[in-house]
Each structure stands twice: as structure tokens, then as C-alpha cells.
Design a protein around this ligand. Structure first.
Ligand code: GLC
Length: 414
């Protein structure tokens, strides 16, 4: 095991610089608030050198939990006019001003890993957090399942904002009433690296609809044009259920319901298998149509404890095809764009989740290879938000929390 000391120090510095006391921003400027899955990864990063701070990160995230169990995708702790859409656009009434949607529920898995860093110290912290995590999980099981697979109600919920997975569903949406608004993201970073205006109009239209419906899940289920069963939500929820069973067992809790959830979600994951594509795909719940997309989320099957030989063959070939895997879109797809966000670039965070899954399922060789390639990418191109999979060029924001955390917890240890 080698550990590059100076990069490790730099990675800690990124976390410390982005630390706002009890939560961490993904990067200053572009993302000035607490994002749900970024924060969970930040906790794992902190756990490598400050376990206490790691727990605080998770605890702050769950302070934003709504009464019904939902844990929002953004907590707007302190208003920042440099970000759009801010709290006034979402119009939510949780304990902390927030957005009205979720993000991939990796917090339980990250909490489990944080706990393992110091089991004794972490026990009372885990005992307090566990019921909140179970409550969020139950909320997802209650509101988001379709044939056992977990649905997203907004592209932002998956964390893969402009992935081609949503193209067909978005094309059916009418965004003509969206009105005037000013984006802020393109004033911080290169517009070529960001979603287009066409996409943004639809993102905002969905936020306006949720607000009009008071973020009432039953009403959204009946009225929203956007409901897609997707590999990100399904695989992360399945993994969360498995980790909750483990944590619950260690705490002496009854885990029967969670075990039944695992079985339901396993059946749901199977419904995302697109035979024609030869991969795990997204499917539109309203139209029944496949997205036809092989994304980096398709490779999260192992993270969820789902073995698949076809995916393993595909993984081996994509590792050869691009210098810096795993690209967020198939390089041979028409929709591929090496720089535009989730339509091609490689994301260190998703690589870590894929790598952890591969190692768990006994694919050590692939896991190590992916970790080494990710380490190389970070060494050469820094703690960027995401990277061109062919050249490795950094894209989006810099000094990114989750890329630094990935270095500390996984890539830097390969
Ligand atoms: C973007 C990403 C999302 C991430 C957020 C903050 O919206 O698509 O996955 O959580 O930025 O980094």
C-alpha cells in the first residue's frame, strides 16, 4: 500500500477549506450549501483523519430531515445569492430551509464505514442516527417504488443531472411556462461543461410543479410527468438496506422489515435489466420505455450486491477503451460528450462506489485497477469535480470535496 503524503495533505486541506463548521460545501462558489450525497462522502473523507468531524457531518445532514422522513438533496443553511434555484424557489418547510427532493441514499453506507473506523466511540452516535436513517429508507420504500425498483422524480435526485437517461422523458415535457430565471452555475464555470438551457427549463419546471403541489408525494405521484426507475436510486437504496440490516443487527434492533426490503429491491433491480442493451438501464414508468443508456450507474450493481457477468465483461472492455474510466456515458453512444457533466465525463465518486462494490463481491483485480486509475487521474489533474475520460482534463469546479474524500478513503490507498 502506498500513500502519497503530499496529495493526502492537499486532500485534507480541500476538506478543511470547504468545511463550514458542521457541514461541508462541495466547492466554494458553485455549490455553497450542504448537498446530501456529497456530504455523506465528505463524512467518509473526514473519517480518515477526524472521526468526530465525520459524525458531525452526518448528524447535520439528518437535522434537515422532514417530519415524514425525507432527507433533502440540499440544505440551505445560510442564504447565498450566488446559487440558483435557492430556498425561495423551492418553497419548502422542513426544519432547515431545503430543496424538496432527495439524492442517492448513500448516507447509511457511508455511516456504516465511518462507524468501522472507531466502533466504540461511534456506537452512541450510530444508535442515535440509526432510527433516522431507517425512517428515510422507509420513506423511499413508501413513495418511490415501481415494481421494486426505485424511481427518481427529478433528474437532480439521481445526482446525474443531465444524463441521457432522462432525454426521452424530458422531450415529452412542456416547459413553455417556465418564465424568466437567471442561472448562476454558468457564471462560475465554463458553460460548455454544464447542462443546456433546454435541460434547465425542464429542471425548473419540475421544481415549480413540486412547489405547486406542496411537495405532497401522493399528488406528485399522480401528476408529475417525470418518474423514472433508475440504477442510481435502486442500487444505492438496495445497498443502504443491506447496510441498515448490518447496523441494526449490531445494535440489537429488529431488522425483519429491512430484510424484506432487501428482497423487494433485489427483484426491483432485476427489472432494470435491458436485454437488448445488455446492461442495467433506466425505464420511464409512465411510458414503459427504456432509456437505452449504459451509464456509470449501470456499474453500481456490485455496490448493491448484485452479481452480473455481462456487466463484468462490459466493465473490462470500458477499462481498456478509455484511459480514465468509468465514463458516465457509453463513448460509442450518439449522446456522448466527453466534457458535458453526466453525458460522458468520469466522476471519482461513482468510481469509488463501483470499486467498493467490486471489492465486496470478490473482483479484487478490477477493484484495484479502477482505484489505481482514479488515483492517477487525481494525481495528474487535481481534485476536480469531474474529468474528461480520454484526456483526463479537469472539468467543472475545482477543489472539490468529494474528489478529495475519494482520494483519502479509497483511491489514495490503492
Ligand atoms: C451537481 C451534481 C450532483 C452533486 C452536486 C453537488 O448537481 O450533478 O451529483 O451532488 O452537483 O456537487
Amino acid at each position: 500500500m502506498t500513500h502519497d503524503i503530499s496529495l493526502t495533505e492537499q486532500a485534507r486541506d480541500v476538506l478543511i477549506t470547504n468545511d463550514r463548521g458542521s457541514y461541508t460545501v462541495p466547492t466554494a462558489g458553485l455549490y455553497p450549501y450542504q448537498w446530501n450525497w456529497d456530504s455523506a462522502v465528505a463524512a467518509l473523507g473526514f473519517a480518515q483523519f477526524d472521526v468526530e468531524r465525520a459524525w458531525v457531518e452526518l448528524e447535520t445532514l439528518f437535522q434537515g430531515q422532514w417530519a415524514d422522513g425525507m432527507v433533502p438533496h440540499i440544505l440551505f443553511h445560510k442564504n447565498d445569492p450566488g446559487y440558483f434555484p435557492g430556498p425561495e424557489v423551492w418553497g419548502c418547510e422542513g426544519p432547515i430551509p431545503s430543496s424538496g427532493i432527495i439524492q442517492p441514499p448513500i448516507a447509511a453506507t457511508m455511516a456504516h464505514l465511518v462507524w468501522q473506523r472507531d466502533p466504540e466511540m461511534g456506537r452512541p452516535r450510530m444508535a442515535a442516527l440509526y432510527p433516522k436513517m431507517v425512517k428515510w429508507h422507509s420513506w423511499i420504500m413508501r413513495w418511490r417504488l415501481h415494481r421494486g425498483a426505485v424511481c427518481t422524480t427529478h433528474p437532480w435526485e439521481t445526482g446525474r443531472d443531465n444524463a441521457p437517461d432522462w432525454d426521452k422523458t424530458m422531450a415529452r415535457m412542456d416547459a413553455s411556462d417556465v418564465g424568466e430565471y437567471t442561472r448562476r452555475d454558468t457564471s462560475h464555470v465554463n458553460a460548455e461543461d454544464r447542462p443546456t438551457k433546454y435541460d434547465y427549463d425542464r429542471y425548473i419546471t419540475l421544481v415549480q410543479l413540486g412547489r405547486r403541489l406542496n411537495w405532497d408525494q401522493a399528488a406528485m405521484l399522480a401528476q408529475s410527468p417525470f418518474r423514472v426507475a433508475d440504477p442510481t436510486m435502486t442500487f444505492t437504496t438496495l445497498r443502504a438496506a443491506r447496510d441498515l440490516v448490518k447496523m441494526g443487527t449490531a445494535l440489537g434492533e429488529d431488522t425483519q422489515t429491512l430484510e424484506a426490503d432487501v428482497a423487494r429491491l433485489e427483484a426491483g433491480a432485476a427489472t432494470l435489466w435491458n436485454e437488448e442493451l445488455g446492461g442495467f438501464d433506466s425505464r420511464d414508468v409512465h411510458s414503459g420505455e427504456w432509456a437505452g443508456c449504459l451509464s456509470n450507474a449501470s456499474y453500481l450493481c456490485w455496490f448493491a450486491g448484485v452479481e452480473n457477468r455481462v456487466m463484468l465483461t462490459k466493465l473490462r472492455s470500458i477499462m481498456e477503451r478509455v484511459a480514465y474510466p468509468v465514463p458516465s456515458n457509453d463513448p460509442d453512444a450518439e449522446t456522448f460528450d466527453a466534457r458535458r457533466y453526466w453525458r460522458g465525463p468520469t466522476w471519482a465518486i461513482v468510481n469509488m462506489l463501483i470499486g467498493l462494490g467490486l471489492a465486496d463481491m470478490g473482483h479484487e483485480e478490477e477493484a484495484t485497477d479502477l482505484a489505481k486509475k482514479t488515483a492517477h487521474l487525481i494525481k495528474e489533474h487535481g481534485f476536480a469535480e469531474y474529468f474528461d475520460p480520454f484526456s483526463g482534463a479537469a472539468a467543472g469546479g475545482g477543489s472539490f470535496t468529494w474528489t478529495a474524500a475519494v482520494w483519502l478513503a479509497w483511491a489514495g490507498r490503492a
